[in-house]
Design a protein around this ligand. Structure first.
Ligand code: FMN
Length: 396
């Protein structure tokens, strides 16, 4: 943590005193810690305690040293924003994007990863409003260090107790590691379906939306990579900052990938490229009154296999969307297409294309396997990049 800049937000819960111990541990590890106390946090612990521990002034108001525009300075300098403890109120504020105090403004104005450690009474934690707010934040990619079960201030035993200090430090370290660990990498990602024209208004396609590829691109950008995204037809917006090339058909995707592949240090092929296309794409709309058409198909280019034949030092990761014999089929594809690793994506049942949640497993070599678990596609993008980097370092 040496020299790394952590902004520690403390909100007004009984566990605020534990944030002082955390601040001290972070400083002992060499971090530069800027503390923001909400107004109500100061009812629990005084600013002097934090100022003495972190050896710098503590921030308590949006309206102090206004000439420095402190919320923007803190937001820009932060490498991680950690909110410990996060009250039900602060969690609601974050979920709604409210900015009436310093912490709310910094949270909105920063690009740094956000970690929150909720701590509160069990009923408050389990309330539908709190749970909905946590789900909103989780879907946005916020790291939530779940509260533990234990003895609470109101002399009850139950979930809601602030996570242990070790867990909090581990989560902050993991976010710091991520902060710029893809700097210098040039990443090429394909995403979305392709459309293969039957006539000017009809096409063959599939149900892919490109969400997982877009999330991988977003995460790579946040971690410092340059990103080329070759995106098939989808209503979803690509992340700002990616160089996005929009394509429609598999052949267009092939051409865009060829153009960009040589420069890539990591290529991830998530696109669900149509295996076949109509042999004839009619120039005019086929009329209903014409005799019932038969559509002859011909194979599309195999973009992943092509990437595998001319890897040129790039680390190549394929995606295998399977509905049966998942891992056996994926391992066969891994070898056949000369990938460095392959991600198994179960697209049967609830986790079909377009779902919010996903479950992924990474496979490599003859027996290499890492289960990335299930979760939102954004969470899985972060876990997949962690796994890819570990694997790449092992191979280096
Ligand atoms: C004694 C006492 C203890 C409290 N403990 C908690 C708590 O552990 N978690 C929580 O979410 N709210 C707790 N609250 C309520 C918050 O202090 C209150 O919602 C406050 O407005 C939070 O403001 P903030 O989120 O801006 O810091 C407590 C209130 C009191 C009076």
């Amino acid at each position: 943590m040496n020299g790394r800049r952590i902004v520690l937000g403390v909100s007004g819960g009984i566990a605020a005193y534990k944030a002082a111990a955390l601040a001290s541990r972070l400083v002992q590890r060499g971090a530069e810690v800027e503390v923001i106390l909400t107004e109500d946090a100061q009812r629990f612990v005084g600013a002097a305690t934090f100022a003495a521990l972190v050896r710098r002034p503590v921030h308590t108001s949006l309206w102090e040293r206004v000439e420095e525009i402190p919320h923007i300075r803190l937001a820009r300098e932060a490498e991680v924003l950690a909110i410990v403890p996060a009250t039900a109120n602060t969690i609601a504020q974050l979920a709604a994007g409210l900015a009436h105090d310093l912490l709310g403004n910094v949270a909105l104005a920063t690009r740094a990863p956000l970690m929150i450690a909720p701590a509160m009474n069990t009923v408050m934690l389990e309330h539908a409003a709190t749970q909905a707010n946590l789900a909103t934040l989780r879907a946005r990619g916020v790291t939530i260090v779940e509260p533990g079960v234990g003895f609470l201030a109101e002399r009850e035993h139950g979930p809601g107790r602030l996570a242990d200090e070790e867990q909090l430090i581990e989560a902050i370290e993991s976010l710091l590691r991520r902060a710029q660990d893809l700097a210098g990498e040039r990443v090429l990602i394909t995403a979305g379906p392709t459309r293969e024209a039957i006539d000017p208004v009809r096409f063959l396609s599939n149900a892919a939306t490109g969400t997982q590829g877009i999330e991988l691109a977003r995460e790579a950008l946040a971690r410092g990579a340059e990103v080329d995204l070759v995106l098939g037809p989808t209503p979803l917006e690509p992340p700002p900052g990616a160089r996005t090339i929009r394509v429609t058909s598999a052949r267009e995707m092939e051409a865009a990938v060829r153009e960009r592949a040589a420069d890539a240090t990591v290529t991830i092929a998530t696109a669900a490229v149509a295996d076949w296309r109509p042999a004839v794409a009619h120039a005019r709309k086929v009329k209903k009154t014409e005799s019932q058409p038969a559509i002859a198909l011909e194979p599309n280019p195999d973009i992943l296999a092509e990437l595998g034949t001319r890897k040129n030092g790039t680390f190549l990761i394929g995606f295998a969307a399977e509905t049966e014999a998942l891992e056996a089929n994926a391992r066969e594809k891994l070898v056949r297409k000369n990938c460095d690793a392959i991600v198994v994506n179960d697209v049967s049942g609830e986790r079909a294309f377009g779902a919010v949640d996903n479950a992924l497993v990474l496979l490599w070599g003859a027996h290499g396997r890492r289960d990335l678990g299930s979760g939102s596609k954004r969470e899985l993008a972060a876990r997949l990049w962690d796994a890819i980097l570990d694997l790449k370092r092992q191979r280096a």
